[in-house]
Design a protein around this ligand. Structure first.
Ligand code: IPM
Ligand code: MG
Length: 359
């Protein structure tokens, strides 16, 4: 549990650019601590490929245990070409992340997507389409095809998508509650014209919706949602969907925000610590070069301050520091457009600028 002023944070830098962005986040948190008179104790542990190298397994049970006893978990990224394999028996870094989500019962993944005015030109989508877009993908995170029965039978392989009413019910409630403090609209995304699990999804979300009469609920098929998301993103608000659809749609939605280097996420469960991570992944092509955009991780830090530590003022301060730095023209390579007034920055300069903008 969170003490009033002292917080135990497990950091899991992981692979690729993970250590760079988590390092940047701990610098930012050191500044938050000073400014808001709180203290953070960081416990750095292994997950993903680095854990495979060290222990032969992507996630040790004691890491899950330590996370469970913390106030919040901050994760960088897992995975990389070094550990890519099609051998079904070889350990994979991604199993570390999935094991954490399952082990900590983090069934609700919130991925907010907001267009900062300063980044409108960084998006591949046209200005008039994305202006004003502000949505959140509420992704179910511990069920569906990611965790269903799977296997191989000779030259056949299978994965199954399974959902129970209880699993759908609890994620639907997260979405309706999120909508209550936003614009009171929920779009549930499924593939109910084909999948039985989606028909149960639609039925259950509708029935939970009956308990939230002030929220308007619509349903959309996932293929159509993928199209509408880039054609009229500003019309969406809360999108609730199952695990794999949420994985895919949230990467797509990142393009509205200009770069996947901007997308933060919070994974929340039934009362234990939350896990906060940037959506971008390990980006092995730029790892170790000091070029990684730390802003998705800073956004995740803001979500952590807000949802797990109850430090709303600090969360808002981080978010407005990010906005100010972008307004001033600072751009990591993923955000750069070459326009006048932009100043190129690496991870270190971006971090220093955000810390300075906390004033
Ligand atoms: C994500 C990632 C993960 C997922 C991978 C790394 C297992 O793509 O968090 O979106 O598919 O959930
Ligand atoms: Mg993904």
């Amino acid at each position: 549990m969170a003490g009033e002023h002292h917080f135990k944070i497990v950091t899991l830098p992981g692979d690729g650019i993970g250590p760079e962005v988590v390092g940047a986040a701990t610098q930012l948190l050191a500044d938050v601590a000073e400014r808001f008179q709180v203290s953070f104790e960081f416990i750095e542990l292994l997950v993903g490929g680095i854990s495979i190298d060290e222990h032969g397994s992507p996630l040790l049970p004691e890491v899950v245990e330590q996370c469970a006893q913390s106030d919040a978990v901050l994760l960088g990224a897992v995975g990389g070409p070094k550990w890519d394999t099609t051998d079904p028996d070889a350990p994979r870094p991604e199993q570390g992340l999935l094991g954490l989500r399952k082990g900590l019962e983090l069934f609700a993944n919130l991925r907010p997507v907001r267009v900062s005015d300063a980044l409108i030109a960084s998006s591949p989508l046209r200005d008039e389409r994305i202006r004003g877009a502000d949505l959140v993908v509420v992704r179910e995170l511990t069920g569906g095809i990611y965790f269903g029965e799977r296997g191989r039978n000779g030259d056949v392989a299978f994965d199954t998508c399974t959902y129970s009413v209880a699993e759908i019910d609890r994620i639907a409630r997260v979405a309706f509650e999120a909508a209550e403090v936003r614009s009171k609209r929920v779009m549930s995304v499924d593939k109910a014209n084909v999948l039985e699990s989606s028909r149960l999804w639609r039925e259950t979300v509708s029935s939970v919706g009956g308990e939230y009469p002030e929220i308007s609920l619509d349903h959309m098929l996932v293929d159509n949602a993928a199209m509408q998301l880039v054609s009229r993103p500003a019309d969406f608000d809360v999108i609730v969907t199952e695990n794999m659809f949420g994985d895919i749609l949230s990467d797509e939605a990142a393009m509205i925000a200009g770069s996947i280097g901007m997308l933060a996420s919070a994974s929340l469960g039934a009362g234990g610590p939350g896990l906060y991570e940037p959506v971008h992944g390990s980006a092995p092509d730029i790892a170790g070069k000091g070029l990684a955009n730390p802003l998705a991780t800073f956004g995740s830090v803001a979500l952590m301050l807000r949802y797990s530590l109850g430090l709303e003022e600090a969360a808002a301060a981080v978010e407005s520091a990010i906005d100010r730095v972008l307004e001033r023209g600072l751009r990591t390579p993923d955000l750069a457009t070459g326009a006048d007034g932009e100043e190129e920055a690496g991870t270190e300069q971006m971090t220093a600028a955000v810390v300075a903008a906390m004033d």
